[in-house]
Structures are given as structure tokens and as C-alpha cells.
Ligand binder design. Sequence first.
Ligand code: N01
Length: 539
Amino acid sequence: MYNPLHSINELDVLVVGAGFSGIYQLYHIRKLGYSVKIFEAASDLGGVWFNNNYPGCRVDSDHPHYQFSLPELWGDFTWKERYPSARELRDYFQYVDRKLDVKNDVFFDTRVVAAHFDEAISRWIVTTEQGHVVRPRFLVLCVGFASKSYTPQFKGLEKFKGIWYHTAHWPKDDVELTNKRVGVIGTGASGVQVIQEAGPIASHLTVFQRTPNMALPMRQKVLESKMQEEQRMLNPSIFRRSRQTGGGFSFERYPKSLFSATPEERLLYWEDTWAQGGFHFTASNFNDFLMDEAANREVYSFWRDKVRNRILDPKLQEILAPTVPPHPLGAKRCSLEQSYYEVFNQPNVTLIDLNQTDISEVTSKGVTTTNGIEHELDVLVLATGFDSLTGSLTQIDIRGVDGISISEKWANGVYTNLGMTCTNFPNMFFIYGVQAPTAFANGPTLIEIQGDWVVRCIKHMMENDLKAIYATPEAEAEWRGLVINTGYRALINRAKSWYVGANIPGKIVEPLNYTGGVNKYLEIIEGIADRGYEGFYFN
Ligand code: N01
């Protein structure tokens, strides 16, 4: 049978992944007239929004921030909700395809398993799972930060007779939760969303919590199309402003330290940002709340009191919003919730504090905890997260000029230049990954900033007939130093979370994100390009 992949051998650019990052690359590279294709492991566009189907899945960035800023794409798409669901985002990606004709250049169900650089021809030799080989000059990895799921080795999991899924592998056909006994392990962003969805419909819901989520009110709302039309003219300003702020949103930290404000000023300001909903509370908070422990504690107290007011049982209050915080607020990602805390007031919901009684094993009937109680379940949801940031790349056999793989290179700590390139891996770029502001940025804003940098670099090389770009080891060491030093200064890294790799047993624990802010990051990377790619050399 004819397979169009066979006709492709040499390409200017191969993009891996057809989510926001990959489509943005395709759009720009194609415009420049270079040959480019996307290889995508899944069967449709959308990246995480195609793969994540678990009940309640939706984005935590509010409208209009979570979309492409390309003028062709925001003029006539009408969003339904302030925080769109995964389903709505999948519709958006179909709209993007209709507008930009994306799918013609995407090979779906095409998983890249290896990429080896051949220095003699300055090309990447890329192999897919089906054994196809292509040789692009440039390899742009747009595989996201959460494409390698993490399932803990629970004893006995294989014996469970009910249905179990990790949230990232939830099937496309609905799994019925109505009137079922549902268990959820994990209370991160995925867990919170499943829990508030399952609580009202399950016959019984058992939540296994290790660390409480300092969740913030989402304040979801339906978007009226007339209001959207009126506000659209602001979009260009909002998208430009998003590049000028620390978090990649159009709102910024309050330009004052917490204790320089009076208690009244603080309270009124917090009430205001709390009422706005979502990350307005954290991203617009006092400018030292993620640097100063005492300031952070004040913010925590405000959060704790707000949350406790919604929980009826004092014992549950203490488990969900403890008197003493387990870590600084913001050191683990705060989720956005709509009815999360009310779920625990329901009589059909049990909260297990794993710090008091841990999971001992999974049995054929459910989950047993160390106090000897067996929690019988029909459906077990593992909302246990991802080998974030590095796992997306280390799961591919990527080898640079010296034959060393990316996972070998990072075995004792991550080294990148600018969170987009690596020494000894010439002509390879990655977007929305490790050592960039990834975890602390609105996705599309950072993806477009990094995407522009990569496109500019490729254009510069094509126009000047430069075969390969190499990051110098000195520049890489300097970037790592900056990421580690700024990271350890911030409270953001004071929790056992995926921000620092502490969620994966055996993974090196260190700051994995650049915490200097999206605006500062943009200034740095643009400066480097303006100065003729300082820290890189070409041949
Ligand atoms: O994963 P997580 P996630 N026994 O790592 C628990 C993005 N995202 O999929 O905190 C018991 O945050 C673990 O407990 P603890 C977003 O950036 C976005 O929820 O380590 N429990 C934790 O509660 C997000 O931050 C959206 O003590 C165990 C949970 O599992 C990132 O993806 C939606 C355990 C894992 O939480 C990851 O979120 C979804 C064990 N052995 C995801 N091992 C939106 O935009 C782990 N846990 C809405």
C-alpha cells in the first residue's frame, strides 16, 4: 500500500508533535518556504488536549490568553467558556486546521523513537516506530512537558478486577462513573478536576490524598458571543502585554512587597483578586510572596481561611487546609477548582489522608490502606502525574555528535542552553520544556516566544548558508547556573513536586524551570540572537 511517508527522505525541518508548539512552528517555517513536516504519535491535532480525556479536563488559563495570537486565528473563533474544556480545545484545533490547512503536513500515528545526529552530513537521522527514516537538517521537538505519564508501582495493581486508568490514558469512549464506586489517587491538577466531576455522580467516591492542593477558585463562566466580539479589539494589546509580564498573562504582580502594604490594603487587594478568580490571585499577588517565607505565610492564611469556610467537618478542614502549610503556597502548582471543597461535604465522599494511613496494596476489589481497611472500588483513577519536563525527551533515543544520548547527558543533572538547545546536539531545538519558564508561564505565550526564536535562528542559518549551530559548553554551564541559582532563591522550589523532579523516584532533584519570568526570559534570548547568537557557534 502507498504510504506518503516513504516519499519523504530529506527535509529542512522535522517538527515532532502537533499541539500548540508544533503547529506554531509549522505555520512559520512553511511561510518561509522551507520544507517541513510534523510527526505526531496521536491520531489527531491538539497534543495534551487530544490525549487527556479524563472527566472534567479543562485548561487553567483564562480567556483570551489560551489561544494562538496569530491574527488569522482569533478573529472569528467564538469560545464557549472562560476556561475551555479539553473538548472545546479539540474543536479549536479543528478550527485551526480549517484556517491554516495544518493536517496536510502532519503524519499522524507516527511516533518518533530515535533521532541521531550525523555530523558528516549535518542532518538528523530520525526513525519512527514503524521503521520509517527521515533526514531533516533541523529537528524541533514540540513534545510538551507532560507526555510521559507516571504510574507508581502500587503492589497488586495488576490484580484489580475493576477498571483503572491513569488520567493521561483515559479512553476516548466514556468510562461510566455514574453510580460507581470511584477511587482517585492524587490531588494535583488532574485529580482535582476528576474529583469535582466524580463526586456528584459516583455512588461513592474515595479520595487518596498525600499533599493537599492549595486550589484557587476558578470562577468559570459562559462567554457571551456578543461580549467576545466587543472585546476582540483588545486582543492584540493583551497578547503583546502577555509577553511583558512574568507569567505570560496580561496581568502582573502587585508592584509592592507584602509587608510594605497595610493589613487593610492587603485584605482588600486579596479579596479583589480572589473574586477575579484563577491565577489572578497568585500571578497578581505582592511581588515578594514567592521569595519571602513570612509574606507567603500571610497569603497562605488568607487562602486557608477562605477554604475552611467551605468545609463543614473540622477534621476535613485540617486535612484539606492544614493549620501549618505543608509547603509555601505556590511551591506546588495551585489548581483551579469550581466545587472541589464542597465535594468533601457530601455523605458519599471519603477522604483518606495518606500521611496517616498509606496505601498498602491494590487488591482485586479495591485499595487497602495500612490501617487494614479495604476500600472497595469499581473504577480506580490514577491522577499521579508525569515525569515532567525531562521525560518527554528522555523517552526518545536522541543522540548527539558524540553518540551520547540525552538521558545519559542528563543523568546527573540537566544541562541546556536557554532551555531550548543542548551542547553536542546541533540543529536540535525543544519548546515548552526543561530550564525554560514552562511551569510558571501561560503555555501559548511561552510557546510563541520560543517558537519565534527558533524560527529566527533557522532563517538566519538558511539565509547565511550555515550548516550547523552548536551551543558552547560554557554557555550551557552558565544557563544551568542561572536556572539553579534563581530557582533555589525562590520559594517555588520548596516542595516535593514535578517543578524540581521530586515526584519521580530516583530522579535528580533540582530546579527544572527558569524562574526569572517570561518577560526577562524573552529579553535574554532576544539579546542573544541580536548579538549574533552569543554562546553558540556555527559551521
Ligand atoms: O500531576 P501532579 P497532575 N501515592 O504531579 C500524587 C498540568 N495539568 O497530572 O503531591 C499517592 O501535579 C501526588 O501527591 P504528592 C499542570 O501543569 C494542567 O495532576 O506528590 N499519591 C499528587 O497529588 C499540572 O501541574 C491541567 O504528595 C501519589 C498527584 O499524585 C501538571 O500537568 C490539568 C503517589 C500528582 O499530581 C501535572 O498535574 C492537568 C503515590 N505513590 C494537568 N504518587 C490544567 O490546566 C503521586 N501521587 C487544568
